[in-house]
Design a protein. Structure first.
Length: 158
């Protein structure tokens, strides 16, 4: 007579194979999950740092444009060192300008005769606006320069 085997092989009815993970598999899985968490955390920190620097660059560009656009309000006879402020401080947050909190942008405005080598060079000025600030220990700066012509400025006052 043949002996009948159950699905569990030769074991008796009360015995069955124990299934689960070994300690080595468990340690490897936890290590892999830990490595993934550290990688995701690093990516988030890097992304936030990149966004912060992009915001600071944008604010510096806004400050430069603000100073350049302000030149259009001056008459030609006013567009000289002494009348136009040559140094300024702007804050990162426009609403906190009175307290100068947060990142501070230190700027200079330089107005010089245009060295174009043309016959109308006396009717032109070169205006350069520089902005400097610190991101942590990193010194950063931006520069914008343009030429202003006497016939290009308004001759009336609001």
């Amino acid at each position: 007579m043949r002996k009948l085997h159950n699905k569990r092989g030769n074991r008796g009815m009360g015995q069955h194979k124990r299934c689960g993970f070994s300690i080595v598999e468990l340690v490897l899985a936890i290590g892999l999950i830990g490595l993934l968490v550290v990688a995701v955390y690093g990516a988030i920190i890097s992304g936030m740092s990149t966004m912060r620097m992009a915001r600071e660059n944008l604010r510096a560009t806004q400050i430069l444009l603000d100073k350049m656009e302000g030149l259009r309000l001056y008459r030609w006879d006013q567009l000289k060192p002494g009348f136009v402020p040559t140094q300024f401080i702007a804050s990162y947050d426009v609403n906190s300008a009175s307290t100068n909190s947060g990142i501070l942008y230190y700027g200079t405005v330089t107005i010089a005769p245009a060295n174009t080598g043309t016959s109308y060079a006396d009717d032109m000025r070169e205006v350069t606006v520089r902005v400097q600030w610190k991101t942590g220990a990193l010194n950063r700066n931006r520069v914008m320069s343009t030429y202003v012509c006497q016939s290009g400025l308004q001759n009336y006052t609001y």
